[in-house]
Write a protein that binds this ligand. Structure first.
Ligand SMILES: NC(=O)c1ccc[n+]([C@@H]2O[C@H](COP(=O)([O-])OP(=O)(O)OC[C@H]3O[C@@H](n4cnc5c(N)ncnc54)[C@H](O)[C@@H]3O)[C@@H](O)[C@H]2O)c1
Length: 425
């Protein structure tokens, strides 16, 4: 349903879904205690008054609560999807109907519509961009340079986006400062490790209903996400195999008790595969050629590039959808390989993404980073910045507060001891 008739422009699937969206948005809000505390402060202090924000994030119930917090902080917000499969249509509808936030996102939208929606979000003429994969920044820097003048800064949610943005800064093409929310400790720990770990397992199970206990589960990439995924798969009773290209990370996986080997070797053993590398073609032709009959292949890393799907298509003689989010590819020799969620992030395609309490941390970082940019953007260079340490600690402190947990403070004697180089003994 595309319209401009209700005062604001939007493009969502159906307004009839808004009532359902309202309930789910409220459910998520219950678990987002840190954002609730920040929202209270925002309502009082209006730190974003008069600011315009265009956000390109997964359109979910948690994102909706971030959008509402920003709006309550005084900002005018527009939202589009950072992934065509992750949009929750009911949430898109309720944001438009009840909160007056322009949303441009429809679950399953094709590539053209996806980019039209990015364009529509930039038509909002933002002062700040919020990205999850750097698509909005990329469009502003290439096809929509008309909006650049108004942009003061931006934030980036995910690892791959940060890598792209750092490359842009290095080549001197980045035109405004970006805060890499992804690099905050409070983001990594909760989102990449605990969030991706749990929700990826959830997505694989919902799509296939496979029993993980006793299976050989191959995790490609032992970074923040990989660590979480490997430990959760082990928790389900799977025999976990890790593949890596970084010797230190590979060693860490070995020391944690995982089997580590090349993908060439793992491909022959695995029952379930999941890539979390941020890299491209991590599972490719030579791996499909040796996989076992019935192997399940999925990705929870970046977009749909980690699995070489064109190679799989070429190898297959037939292909059919056996369950929602499962494509079965039949090989010439009779083996079948099951690709989940078209190779896109499986925790978002067939599950619900991260639990709300995980997104609470990332989005608290997002909200405070935009507040920081609103105050300091003019002092910053056209570079990628990490989240200021005191902001990161503030989020951790708020989370502990919301859990009713008190921690120790340094005594004056300890402060002095730690600050003094002469007291080392
Ligand atoms: N599914 C989600 O909800 C979700 C959440 C957060 C991040 N991500 C994405 O997950 C990916 C990983 O994020 P991260 O924070 O763990 O990054 P990270 O940089 O900490 O880890 C990535 C790891 O992959 C390894 N790697 C790179 N190429 C490889 C290859 N060919 N084979 C094996 N290993 C390889 C790297 O050495 C590194 O250790 C990124 O694309 C990120 O955007 C997804």
């Amino acid at each position: 349903m595309s319209s401009t008739t209700t005062q604001i422009p939007y493009d969502v699937k159906s307004m009839d879904l808004a009532d359902l969206g309202k309930k789910r948005l409220e459910w998520a809000n219950q678990w987002m205690k840190v954002l609730q505390l920040i929202r209270k402060e925002f309502i009082k202090n209006q730190p974003l008054k008069g600011m315009r924000i265009s956000a390109c994030l997964h359109v979910t119930s948690e994102t909706a609560n971030l959008m509402i917090a920003l709006r309550d902080g005084g900002a005018s917000v527009a939202l589009c999807a950072s992934n065509p499969l992750s949009t929750q249509d009911d949430i898109a509808a309720v944001l438009v109907r009840d909160y007056g936030i322009p949303v441009f996102a429809i679950k399953g939208e094709d590539n053209d519509t996806y980019y039209q929606h990015l364009n529509a979000a930039l038509d909002h003429r933002p002062n700040f961009t919020m990205d999850d994969g750097a698509d909005l920044v990329t469009m502003a820097l290439t096809k929509r340079t008309d909006v650049l003048d108004g942009i003061l800064g931006g934030t980036e949610e995910t690892t791959t986006g940060v890598i792209r943005l750092r490359a842009m800064a290095k080549d001197g093409v980045l035109r405004y400062p970006i805060i890499a929310v992804n690099d905050a400790d409070t983001k990594h720990l909760f989102d990449n490790r605990y969030g991706t770990g749990q929700s990826t397992i959830d997505g694989i199970i919902r799509a296939t209903n496979v029993l993980l206990a006793g299976s050989k589960f191959v995790v490609a990439g032992y970074g923040w996400c990989g660590r979480g995924l490997a430990s959760r798969a082990r928790g389900q009773g799977a025999e976990v195999i890790v593949t890596e290209i970084d010797p230190t990370r590979a060693l860490e996986a070995v020391m944690e008790g995982f089997r580590v080997m090349s993908m060439e070797e793992a491909a022959q053993l695995g029952d379930v595969f999941c890539t979390v590398t941020g890299n491209k073609n991590v599972i490719r032709k030579e791996h499909f050629e040796v996989m076992k009959d019935g192997a399940v292949v999925s990705n929870s890393g970046h977009f749909n590039v980690e699995i070489d799907i064109p190679a799989l298509e070429k190898l297959a003689v037939t292909k059919r959808t056996t369950r929602p989010y499962v494509e079965e590819y039949a090989m010439r020799d009779g083996r079948k390989i099951n690709l989940l969620g078209e190779g896109r992030l499986i925790n978002l395609a067939s599950a619900e993404g991260h639990p709300a309490s995980v997104m609470d941390m990332s989005f608290a970082d997002q909200a405070l980073s935009v507040e920081y940019l609103a105050k300091h953007a003019s002092e910053l260079e056209k570079k990628v910045y990490t989240v200021p340490e005191d902001l990161d600690k503030r989020v951790a402190k708020l989370k502990l507060e919301s859990m009713g947990i008190k921690i120790d403070r340094l005594t004056p004697e300890q402060e002095e001891y730690l600050a003094s180089w002469s007291e080392g003994t």
